[in-house]
Design a protein around this ligand. Sequence first.
Ligand SMILES: [Zn+2]
Length: 207
Amino acid sequence: MKYRFALLPVLLMFAVPLLSPADDSSELESAVRSMKPDSRFRHDPFILVALQEALAAKQEGGGGIGACLVRESTGEIVARGRNRQYAPYFRSDMHAEMDLLNRYEDSLRTVKGSGNPRQRAGLVLYTSVEPCPMCLTRIINSGVVKMYYAAPDPEGGMVHRMRFLPTFWKEATRGRDYAAADCSPAMRELAARLFRHGRIKTLGAIE
Ligand SMILES: [Zn+2]
């Protein structure tokens, strides 16, 4: 019995940060709503869209990650996506980048000639968190040659480990730009907080 009580301070040590009011849902929502692009950082307008999607994902019960696809020449947002892995029902493939590319590719299925991946050359994918191995491979396969993420994911991200990709996939990244976004520290931090919040909610499940 006394061992149980002895564990209490240890458990509290872990529980207190998780219960921190700083990452309360309504606080995160107001942080996203009040966030404004900083003109010193060229990717801010698009990372903000990804953060808005991340917030929506979190509010729906998914992981707090969002993404958008942008036509580089005009700045037009051609598709948005968010983590739908846990809601409305469990789908292990529905990470934000997968949802985004599904939506974009589905939207093109009736457009003549749109199956040519080279037509993706003018598109830039922005995501709130560094893509995992599944999503990075999908992005490579999609033909999108530029991808920028806000928050790094040292544990699950694949972009900083691209050198470990199988040869075929590594070769396919040649000449492409997949990297950390040129976004403001405030946006990067908010992206990380939305991501952490989602992880806590799902008790550390993969997002
Ligand atoms: Zn992923």
